[in-house]
Each structure stands twice: as structure tokens, then as C-alpha cells.
Ligand binder design. Structure first.
Ligand code: M2E
Length: 247
């Protein structure tokens, strides 16, 4: 098996634990998110250096709108300032920035900032960094279904021609490789409506580490574990048993 077959092409991260980090470190309200914002930079650099094609992070979920209004407002502020601050780094590392999620829920100002960031980095090829904002896996699938339904309604498509491959062309990130590794920090064992369709065959990784404390060493250990799992996957269970019996 070649080394590239053992390396994930697409890593997705649920960056959970910011608020608990803030409480544990006696930070002010919402300051855990500020700490969380800085944790991403070394992770992005590791992924570029390792040759990961796509890194997708869950910045704000469909369900996060139900958080206290003050926290939602702070997160929106933080998203806007982060996108702004990240632009020089995107140019330096030649990273293409993309956003997925229901943009209609966001302010015109934030929507414009996102569109501008995507346009300015569209030709970069070192890696694609995808930020999920106002994103939910169920929204994503429903949104794709609605587009197919509209084609049926207008007579461009027959219902009987809808299958998983066609629906898969209409979900977010249809042009990217499927998620190979899905990581959740912060100690919960849930997918929380993240990339449901795209993670159908993903290897799952969970850690107690709160997002602001998540560092490259731990990610690198997970990528090594991913390679081990792929190695086993490439063999039959009989081969694995034989291997364990041979000292
Ligand atoms: C992020 C957004 O909790 C969020 C606060 C803002 C920063 N963040 C976590 C992000 O996910 C935009 C870019 Cl360009 C990068 C990271």
C-alpha cells in the first residue's frame, strides 16, 4: 500500500470545548472562543505541510443560533474579525478559503466578507480550508433535495432518476473528496449534525482535550492512528489474525 493511501485527504473537526476552557481558566464570558480562534493556526499549518487537501472546521452550527443572543453576537463578531485577520495567512500559505452553510441567515456584511475572501483565494492550491457557518448536515441534505425537486417540478428531471450519486452532486463540498477523518474535541461522542452525508465512511476520532488546548502533536498522533487503521483495512481479517500470531 502506498503512503498516500494511508494519508487522509480530507479532515473535518468539531472544535468543541471553548466555553469549558474559558470557565476552567477563569476567562471572561465568551473569551474561550477567543482562545479557540488561535488554536486553529498551527493545525492549518500542519495540514498544509502534511499534504492534506481539505480541512473543514465547524465554526457555527445551525443549532448555535439557539445560544444566548450575547454569545451569538460575539461569535458573529469573532467570525468576521477572524476572516479578516486570516487573509494574509491564506495568501502566504496559498490556501483557498471556502464557506459552507446557510448564508441567508447571516448579516449582509458577513456574507460580503465571505464572498470576498472566497474570490481572493479562489486560485490557491496548497490546501482548501472550509469554514462551516450556520451549517447543519440535515439542512445540507434538505437543501440538495430541494434543488432536485425544483428540477423535477420544471420538467428537467424525472423523479425515478434520483439516486444517491445524483443527490451527492448537490450537497455541499460535492467537488471535494469525502471526509476521511472526523475529529471531535471536548469529550462528547456525537456528530452534532456536522457533515452527515460527506462523513458516511469517515474514521471517527474523539478526544477529551478542549479545543483551545488541541495541538499539532495530538493531531499528528491521530493521523498516525488513521494510517494504522487503513493498513488493517487493506488486509482481510484472516491476514490480521495471522499477523498477530506471528511474533
Ligand atoms: C474560524 C472562522 O468559534 C469560532 C470563532 C471564530 C474563529 N473560528 C472559531 C473559526 O472557526 C473563520 C476563519 Cl477564516 C477561520 C476560523
Amino acid at each position: 500500500m502506498s503512503i498516500s493511501a494511508l494519508l487522509p485527504r480530507h479532515i473535518a473537526i468539531i472544535m468543541d470545548g471553548n466555553n469549558r476552557y474559558g470557565k476552567a481558566n477563569h476567562l471572561g464570558k465568551g473569551q474561550g472562543h477567543v482562545a479557540g480562534k488561535d488554536a486553529l493556526d498551527p493545525i492549518v499549518e500542519y495540514c498544509v505541510d502534511t499534504g492534506i487537501e481539505v480541512l473543514t472546521v465547524f465554526a457555527f452550527s445551525s443549532e448555535n443560533w439557539q445560544r444566548p443572543p450575547s454569545e451569538v453576537a460575539l461569535l458573529m463578531q469573532l467570525l468576521a474579525s477572524t476572516i479578516h485577520e486570516q487573509m494574509p495567512r491564506m495568501h502566504e500559505y496559498r490556501i483557498r478559503l471556502r464557506f459552507i452553510g446557510d448564508r441567508s441567515q447571516l448579516s449582509e456584511e458577513l456574507q460580503a466578507l465571505m464572498a470576498d475572501a472566497e474570490a481572493k483565494t479562489a486560485d490557491f492550491t496548497a490546501m482548501t480550508l472550509v469554514i462551516a457557518i450556520s451549517y447543519g448536515g440535515q439542512w445540507d441534505i434538505a437543501h440538495a433535495a430541494k434543488q432536485l425537486a425544483q428540477q423535477v417540478e420544471s420538467g428537467k428531471l424525472r423523479a425515478e432518476d434520483i439516486d444517491k450519486d445524483l443527490l451527492g452532486e448537490y450537497v455541499q463540498l460535492a467537488d471535494a473528496p469525502a471526509v476521511d477523518m472526523l475529529i471531535r474535541t471536548g469529550g462528547e461522542y456525537r456528530l452534532s449534525n456536522f457533515l452527515l452525508w460527506q462523513s458516511a465512511y469517515a474514521e471517527l476520532f474523539f478526544t477529551q482535550t478542549l479545543w483551545p488546548s488541541f495541538a499539532v502533536d495530538e493531531l499528528s498522533a491521530m493521523v498516525a492512528e488513521f494510517a494504522q487503521r487503513q493498513r488493517r483495512f487493506g488486509k482481510t481479517s484472516e491476514q490480521i489474525v495471522t499477523e498477530q500470531q506471528t511474533p
